[in-house]
Design a protein around this ligand. Structure first.
Ligand code: HEM
Length: 418
């Protein structure tokens, strides 16, 4: 029995919190979540959730959770101790629990090591011309559509660039891209804070498709090895895992997870980048005249509007976070968006300013730090460079539309014209 009983603490005005979460999920809340997240942060750095968990809103507290040894990913051992079996034993949840992001040491260390530094400087240098080519092709398509009026940036460019990039890097045939995008969008529901039965069912179906697709991809690559990254992973795992079936299972999980981890996240970054830069008159033109700020602009977008808003960790032991006692096994929801807008870390946080050199937690921190950060930045920088050159008079026709989500932000459409 734990010495600290988290449930004894009175919740911060539970009704106000539930209403805030509902507003956050609404179209208005998704279009501009930051005033609502500021309200949440004003309730404390660590706020009791209406369920058995805590929201962590302050930058330093979030950083402590991500980097501290006291905090673990919600792995199988933890899930087995939970009462909500419908949620934690759901197929889609269990399948995600086998992936890198939900593993703890020693399995996490072993699998992560097998991947190495996926996008080190030399790999990024090698991938740069490839990403440039994809961007040029996608912007040719955008130009073709804009000739007739407005076009949707999301479906034409933002969703296509990440799948084209990861697809050519892993050797996924282009004719499969649409299928992978669809199943990725459907899988994500299981990772929401409180998925409904219906959402878990949609995710279960998508999970089965992901399993059969990526298992087959690994099998095909075994049969036809090439000079590609997946063939390299096959060699690595064959050398360290004598059981071929076990090796193939890990290879499926790694390939599937690296793919889906790269898609919605990067697409949201690309769409949010264009939206934010077109929002204020003059921003787009200024950046076109000052391209030296492109990298800074990408990082300010990452700070201002992180594609992932929440990540969950578990207290490994009874502990205290930002003065709040937290019992072993409690869930804490790290709120990246709230943390990045913490005025104690970034002054005047709600103003978007490419010259600010701000700090953010958008790619996480500690042992689970995002493996694809350099690739996401490459895609954003390359797209922005070409967009500014080719479409200096680009404008948004209407505000972007967002999916109703709390964890993974998703821009569903952004109409642009010149
Ligand atoms: C803007 C785009 C992206 C964002 C915002 C993002 C964000 C994140 C975050 C927040 C985490 C969890 C970190 C933590 O738990 O501390 C993560 C993990 C991960 N990301 Fe990304 N990501 C992006 C793009 C990518 C891309 C392009 C790839 C691969 C090509 C990728 C692969 C991964 C992997 C494999 C992990 C798991 C690492 C681990 O658990 O050890 N991500 N990412």
């Amino acid at each position: 029995m734990s010495a600290i009983c988290g449930t004894d603490r009175p919740p911060v005005d539970r009704r106000a919190l539930i209403s805030l979460l509902k507003r956050l999920k609404s179209p208005e809340g998704q279009a501009d979540p930051y005033p609502l997240l500021a309200d949440l942060r004003s309730m404390g750095d660590v706020v009791r959730a209406p369920w058995d968990a805590y929201f962590v809103t302050g930058f330093d507290a979030c950083s402590e959770v991500l980097r501290g040894r006291n905090w673990l990913a919600p792995d199988f051992a933890w899930q087995e101790r939970q009462a909500d079996t419908e949620r934690w034993e759901a197929v889609a949840t269990q399948e995600m629990t086998k992936t890198l992001s939900r593993l703890n040491a020693p399995e996490h260390t072993c699998q992560r090591r097998s991947l190495g530094n996926l996008f080190d400087r030399s790999t990024i240098a090698r991938l740069t011309p490839l990403v440039e080519e994809h961007v040029t092709r996608l912007l040719d398509e955008l130009a073709g559509k804009l000739r007739w009026g407005e076009a949707d940036l999301v479906s034409t460019v933002s969703e296509q660039l990440p799948i084209s990039t990861i697809g050519s890097w892993l050797g996924i045939p282009p004719e499969d891209y649409a299928h992978i995008l669809e199943i990725t969008h459907n899988q994500v529901h299981a990772q929401e804070l409180l998925p409904t039965k219906k959402q878990l069912a949609v995710s279960a179906e998508a999970t089965a498709h992901l399993r059969s697709y990526f298992t087959e991809l690994v099998k095909q690559r075994r049969a036809n090895p090439g000079n590609d990254v997946l063939t390299g992973w096959i060699h690595t795992w064959d050398a360290q895992e004598p059981d071929r079936e076990a090796a193939d299972e890990i290879l499926y999980r790694l390939t599937m997870f690296v793919t889906i981890a790269s898609l919605e996240t990067t697409a949201t970054l690309l769409s949010a980048m264009v939206e934010l830069l077109l929002k204020e008159p003059g921003r787009w033109a200024w950046l076109g005249e000052n391209p030296g700020y492109i990298d800074a602009a990408v990082d300010e977008v990452l700070r201002y509007d992180p594609p992932i808003h929440i990540n969950t960790r578990i207290a490994a032991d009874d502990t205290v976070l930002a003065g709040v006692p937290i019992a072993k096994d409690s869930m804490v929801h790290v709120m990246y968006g709230a943390a990045n807008h913490d005025p104690r870390r970034n002054e005047d946080p709600d103003s978007f300013d490419v010259r600010r050199s701000g700090t953010h937690l958008t790619f996480g921190g500690g042992v689970h730090y995002c493996l694809g950060a350099a690739l996401a930045r490459l895609e954003a920088r390359t797209l922005l460079t070409q967009l500014l050159k080719r479409f200096p008079t680009l404008r948004a026709v209407a505000p972007a539309d967002y999916a109703s989500r709390l964890v993974f932000r998703r821009v569903t459409s952004l109409s642009v014209a010149t």
